[in-house]
Design a protein around this ligand. Structure first.
Ligand SMILES: *Cc1c(COP(=O)(O)O)cnc(C)c1O
Length: 411
């Protein structure tokens, strides 16, 4: 059988469906079922408390709050910061939409940060260049599982007294000299969406909060304002009145939301967290195999991983240096059509999207990202990839490069 482009694809090759990186284990399933069978509350209960406590200990922070997704964690952080008209927030142009959309929704003006050429996250030099008297906050994203250059970013953030929001949605367990990402920021978010390194039944997030003032507010804020009543003698005598603990507690005039993570998802989170280290090690080993396989191929390059940095490899992005004037699109034309590989390109710079352009956030000055993006692409990537799948992708990518090199140079 030939494919629609007239090429023969190996019989045993099936592109991976989009799903989670690792299937759930019986332990995860048991934890969820036990929670469902317990006939206890399924909202804001014991599993949430346990998940938050263990998660905070794992990251090395004091306050962590389990929420329904990381987008809402970022939304909560942006709301608590309270942007005034004209306030600017610096967000990398190369990231998932939520890192920026949540700030725009909260009324901030987005200023796009450029990419660091060897780390691929926010450039420290560019951050410093983009700071103005109106800059209130910065979103530092540890994209693809790679920690941003925190040792260089932190002195700049402190010097200018900026609020730091770390987006660790793709980087649970990533660290710099043993210090985990998520422990640097005033706020940090993690995602347990189905595609992330660990997942809580499809959707989930964790918000880390440094300041005690905010930490005291978040538990109620994400649960429609609910808070424990004080057991006063008067309350004891008339326990039925008032019935709603949501509305008699003033959180500096802020409106609450309902962003809670349900109990079965929290139970699943505890079980997944038990194996996060094994998951990271497995993805890291897989990533290193692919890197090593391209050592003899100077046309393919990767972000550099300095001594002491732990990159947890959520997704696998590489860069094509070009061959004979041919670019990424020419390369992917061959890998897709001739070899049937599903390479995609993650992520399109956000300032190029119509929504951001129409909202007034099309202006940007990100020459490194603009030049880099045109030749970057994602390698097929899932957990426990078989040797034969991996070798097929590597061999075909190299063959496609050889084919481009054998052609007449592209004008
Ligand atoms: C997935 C992701 C988010 C959003 O996470 P959700 O839990 O899906 O809302 C935010 N930022 C980055 C970098 C992400 O990859």
């Amino acid at each position: 059988m030939k494919n629609e482009y007239g090429y023969q694809i190996p019989e045993n090759y099936k592109p991976s469906p989009y799903g989670h990186l690792f299937p759930y284990g019986e332990d995860d399933i048991q934890a969820v079922v036990d929670c469902m069978r317990a006939n206890a509350t399924l909202s804001n209960g014991v599993h949430m408390a346990e998940f938050e406590k263990k998660f905070a200990a794992y990251i090395g922070v004091e306050h962590a709050f389990a929420m329904d997704n990381a987008t809402n964690c970022l939304q909560m952080a942006a709301y608590l910061i309270g942007f005034e008209p004209g306030d600017e927030v610096i967000v990398p142009g190369y990231t998932f939409v939520s890192s920026a959309s949540t700030m725009a929704k909260a009324g901030a003006k987005i200023v796009w940060g450029d990419m660091d050429p060897d780390n691929w996250n926010l450039s420290p030099a560019d951050l410093e260049r983009k700071i103005t008297p109106k800059t209130k906050a910065v979103v530092v994203v540890h994209l693809l599982g790679m920690p941003a250059k925190m040792d260089e970013l932190m002195p700049i953030i402190r010097k200018h007294n900026l609020i730091l929001i770390e987006d660790c949605a793709q980087a649970i367990g990533a660290s710099i000299n043993g210090r985990k990402v998520g422990s640097y920021g005033d706020f940090a978010c993690f995602s347990f969406h189905t595609a992330k390194n660990i997942t809580t039944l499809g959707e989930g997030g964790m918000l880390v909060v440094r300041d005690k003032k905010y930490a005291d507010m978040v538990a109620g804020m994400r649960f429609v304002g609910t808070h424990p009543y004080e057991e006063t003698p008067e309350r004891k005598a008339r326990y039925w009145y008032p019935a709603m603990s949501c509305v008699d507690f003033d959180r500096e005039g802020l409106w609450p939301c309902n962003y809670s993570m349900p109990e079965p998802a929290c139970a699943c989170g505890v079980s997944q967290l038990n194996k996060v280290e094994a998951i990271s090690e497995s993805l890291l080993a897989q990533g290193m195999k692919i890197r090593n396989a391209f050592e003899d191929t100077p046309e393919i390059t990767f972000c550099s991983i300095p001594e002491g940095v732990r990159h947890v490899h959520h997704q696998f992005v590489l860069h094509f240096e070009g061959a004979n004037g041919y670019d990424r699109n020419d390369l992917l034309d061959i890998t897709t059509k001739k070899y049937g590989i599903r390479n995609i390109v993650q992520y399109y710079p956000l300032y190029r999207y119509p929504l951001f352009v129409r909202s007034g956030f099309g202006d940007h000055d990100c020459p490194v990202l603009d030049a880099w993006w045109d030749n970057s692409f994602s390698f097929p990537w899932w957990g426990n990839m078989s040797e034969s799948d991996m070798n097929y992708f590597i061999t075909c990518t190299k063959a496609a490069i050889a084919e481009l090199k054998a052609r007449a140079p592209k004008a």
